[in-house]
Design a protein around this ligand. Sequence first.
Ligand code: NCD
Length: 325
Amino acid sequence: MIPGSTPIDQRPTDTTPRHRHLLDLSDWSREAMLALFDTTDVMAQVMQRTIKKVPALQGFTVGTLFFEDSTRTRLSFERAARAQSADVISFAAGGTSLSKGESLKDTLRTIDAMQADLYVVRHPASGAPLQISRWTEASVVNAGDGRRAHPTQALLDAYTFRERYTGDAGFEGKRLAIVGDVAHSRVARSNVTAWTTLGAEVVLCGPRTLLPDELGERPGVTLTHRIEEAVEGAHAVMALRLQRERMASGLLPSLPEYRQRYQVTRARMQLAHPDALVMHPGPMNRDVEIEGALADEPRSVIEAQVANGVPVRMAVLYTLLVGSR
Ligand code: NCD
């Protein structure tokens, strides 16, 4: 339950072990994820109300530090903070000239002087949120670091699948296929961790140059270069954008060939489980990694993923700042 209000002089004093940061999902148990989904259900009800605001985080300040572009992630974190009455301060680095090391530390020191309780950090360098967590007393949420992790995206993807597909039946025996530029995708890595922890299997699919072998070493994960094999019998199929901004040249044969071999299409979805969902973390390039018409079909939950980003991130902020009750 969200408490009606948490008086400022009664900040969490409970000493039960809980997560202070969300840097990646590797130290989150299945139980912790399911508890977060339960909190998300409550937050989703708040977002259904006429007045979409509760005082749960009144008196807390959330700082968003975006060293890399973002639309939906940043907006939904800010919405999630404000819907719980937290104050928000925002920092956005234009361009990519910010080097790591001293400049990141100096930037953090400046922002930290403004006394935020939690930072939401996106950075092109893998490990930057972890580094920041060592420099501040505040909680840190990773909103995407390099190709390493994007934990809240994976949580909202899994939550959307739970909402639209499994309900309380759980993730066991379910299979997610992730198709596209897996190599450069923090979304793929975090989804592998989330879905396998929850008990599902994950099949990763892409051309040889975009599908690193080491991702297949985790139990519950298989790799394939054939999309038909990945999609066959899958309960959810997630298409990934070609992340050219992170890509060295020469990794793609040609765009037409890529489309022909790896586009998630209505025809290929015939091979999936009859009720399979179509997912995409966005931003989506229609008719490249996904057939445009498929994205608009009822089985596509791409908009639900974006909508669920708000209650999931509300639950993350609440859990880290106040703790699950
Ligand atoms: C992703 C990201 O930035 O990691 N987008 C997102 O947060 N929903 C995926 C991408 O950029 O392709």
